[in-house]
Structure formats: structure tokens, C-alpha cells
Design a protein around this ligand. Structure first.
Ligand code: COA
Length: 325
């Protein structure tokens, strides 16, 4: 009988741009306050890419750190998937640009666009490639420069987002790794969270709001809390596991209140929840791999632990992954 193949995490890496933008600095840009931002979102600061620093620049550093941790040469990678909503160029994909930076040739490389759920989507795709025997060593990256599609005059959105990248290296293994992934979308909610224009749907005017993120935060909030709880249950049921079997929740970092509400429904304590939103803000597809990398590197997440990763974002899209680390 053929042995079951799992995707096992052998390395993680993260990178945040040097420049930090605090809530106090934002008070000078828009009508907001440090107190309001902390109370409503849990965010204290965010990192912002330097002028000229691109999504691929961030992705490259995070990827090299994941390769170093795994002790693997870039030449062993046989698939690159980059989740991003802020690619360097319309084309080639950021995954192809990253492949060039890593000086490897020939392996497939493509981007996945599922906004804040992008990393979970990319992880799910990578897992299918590994489980079917198509790939043996996959680099999965979530990388964003959301500051480039942020309207710095809109207090409803500009306080929420930041830049960064996280990377995970997956290897085919007979030992358990990713136990299951679950991805969903519902395009009906297009206008609750979107950028109104793009390469094909041209801006109607020169107004900055045509080219930057717009969100009906309150409505997104309610749907996010409900959806994330439902997907956690779907994931546990698919694996015949109970809430108590989960050691760590590694959630998308959009809002501390959403994270804590989800953890509470899972009966997980704040100590079992990886939280980075206060330092990173919402880095979209980079938020889950950045949180994962931090908790692995500081020793909280140990081999053998069961991790529940989950995310929700524009589209709407949402997804989860249950992982035996
Ligand atoms: N500073 C100060 N006041 C602000 C503000 C800011 N940055 N942004 C909004 N406000 C004001 C609003 O104008 C409103 O004022 P009003 O009552 O006079 O009309 C008031 O604060 C409350 O706004 P509301 O939108 O109801 O606040 P909220 O408690 O829902 O918090 C979010 C707003 C955006 C933080 C919250 O809705 C949220 O996190 N939503 C989900 C975000 C998310 O997950 N997005 C990404 C998914 S990947």
C-alpha cells in the first residue's frame, strides 16, 4: 500500500520593513487618536516599505530566512507560490520575479490572489501539489506592500494596514504535516471591501479613492467573526477533532477584537493565540505566515503541536489549515 504523503513545514521566515509608523504619527495625518485605534483594533504601530522597496524585495528576504531555517538550497525548490494583492508589476507574477532573485530556473511559479486569505489559499494549493506527488519542496509566500494601495487621507482604512512578508517551506514527508485545508469564497460581497479600479476597470477620475482600499468596516467585522467561527468548526469536524485538540490558533491579524472573539469560541486562551496585530497591523496575505514564523522562532510552537491557521478577506474569501507541526 502506498504511504500517505503530507506537506511538512521545514522552514519559516518573515520580514518587516524598517520604517515603523505609530498611531501618534497617524494622528498628524488624519482625524484619529492613538486611543481610538488601540481600543477598536488593538493596533499600536505598523511597518511601511521604504520608497522603492517592493513586495518582491520583502518576499525575497522572508524566503531566504525560511531556506536558512530549513537548511535547504534554493535549487531544491520545485514550485513557488506567492500570495499577494500588491504585486510589483501587472506581469510577470511576483512568484516569477522571486524565482529570478533566488536564481533558480524552470520550476513552476505563480501568484495567488485571494487578498487576506491569500496565504491560506496558496498553502492549500501547495498541499494539493505535494499530496498528489507533483511537487516535493514548495516555497509558499505571503507578501504585501498595502501602503501603496492605502488612502492616507481616509481614517476608516489607513489606520488598519501595514507592509510585510512571511514565507513557509513545505517538504513532502511521510510524517504528518498539513492535515487539511479548507478554502471558500463568496463574490457577492465585492463592494464591502475592495479597490474600485484596476488594470482593466479603469479609474473613473483622478481621485485617490478610485485607486485605494475602501471598506465598510462594521459590516465586514460582523461577517468575519461569524465566518471564522464556522470555518474552525468545519476544520475540526473534517479531522474528527475537538476544540481541546488544538494547541495554537494562528489567525489572520486584522483586528484584536475579531481574533479574541474567534479564540473564545474555540475555548482557546489568549496565551494559545498568536497575536502580532499590535505590532504589524493588517498585512493581508503576510499576516498568517508572519505570526507563524514569530511563534516558531521564539519557541512557543513546538514540533508535535497542532495548529489552526485561519483567515478572512476581500472577495469575500476565507480559509483554514489544520497542521501538525
Ligand atoms: N479614528 C477615529 N474615529 C474613527 C476612525 C478612526 N481611525 N475610523 C472610524 N471612526 C469613527 C467612525 O466615523 C464612527 O463615527 P460615528 O459614530 O460618529 O459615525 C465611529 O468611529 C465608529 O465607527 P465604526 O466603523 O462603527 O467602528 P468599529 O467599532 O466597527 O471599528 C473597524 C471600525 C474598521 C476597526 C472595525 O469595523 C473592523 O475592524 N472591521 C473589520 C476590518 C477587517 O477585518 N478588515 C479586513 C478583513 S481582512
Amino acid at each position: 500500500m502506498n504511504q500517505k504523503i503530507y506537506s511538512r513545514i521545514i522552514g519559516t521566515g518573515g520580514y518587516l520593513p524598517e520604517k515603523i509608523l505609530t498611531n501618534l504619527e497617524l494622528e498628524k495625518l488624519v482625524d484619529t487618536s492613538d486611543e481610538w485605534i488601540r481600543e477598536r483594533t488593538g493596533i499600536e504601530q505598523r511597518h511601511i516599505a521604504a520608497e522603492g522597496q517592493t513586495t518582491c524585495d520583502l518576499a525575497e528576504i522572508a524566503s531566504r530566512r525560511a531556506l536558512d531555517m530549513a537548511g535547504v538550497e534554493a535549487s531544491q525548490i520545485d514550485l513557488i507560490i506567492v500570495a499577494t494583492t500588491t504585486p510589483d508589476k501587472i506581469f510577470p507574477s511576483t512568484a516569477c520575479l522571486l524565482q529570478q532573485r533566488l536564481a533558480i530556473h524552470g520550476c513552476p511559479a505563480f501568484d495567488v490572489q485571494a487578498v487576506c486569505s491569500g496565504f491560506i489559499y496558496a498553502l492549500s494549493v501547495a498541499d494539493q501539489f505535494i499530496k498528489t506527488g507533483m511537487s516535493k519542496c514548495v516555497l509558499v509566500v505571503g507578501a504585501e506592500t498595502l501602503s501603496r494601495i492605502t488612502n492616507w487621507q481616509d481614517r476608516n482604512t489607513c489606520v488598519l494596514f501595514g507592509d510585510g512578508a512571511g514565507a513557509v517551506l513545505l517538504q513532502a514527508s511521510e510524517q504528518p504535516g498539513i492535515l487539511s485545508t479548507h478554502i471558500h469564497a463568496d463574490g457577492e460581497f465585492e463592494e464591502l471591501l475592495h479597490v474600485p479600479s484596476g488594470p482593466s476597470k479603469l479609474p473613473k477620475s483622478d481621485d485617490i479613492s478610485e485607486r485605494t482600499m475602501a471598506m465598510k468596516g462594521n459590516e465586514v467585522f460582523k461577517i468575519a467573526v461569524n465566518t471564522l467561527s464556522k470555518i474552525a468548526i468545519e476544520t475540526l469536524e473534517a479531522n474528527q477533532m475537538q476544540k481541546e485538540d488544538v494547541d495554537w490558533l494562528v489567525p489572520h491579524q486584522a483586528n484584536l477584537r475579531i481574533i479574541l472573539a474567534t479564540a473564545k469560541k474555540l475555548k482557546l486562551t489568549d496565551e494559545q493565540t498568536v497575536i502580532t496585530v499590535h505590532k504589524h497591523a493588517n498585512t493581508s496575505s503576510a499576516s498568517v505566515p508572519l505570526a507563524l514564523d514569530e511563534a516558531i522562532r521564539d519557541g512557543r510552537i513546538q514540533r508535535g503541536h497542532t495548529l489552526l491557521l485561519e483567515a478572512f478577506g476581500g472577495g469575500f474569501t476565507w480559509g483554514s489549515a489544520l497542521i501538525k507541526y
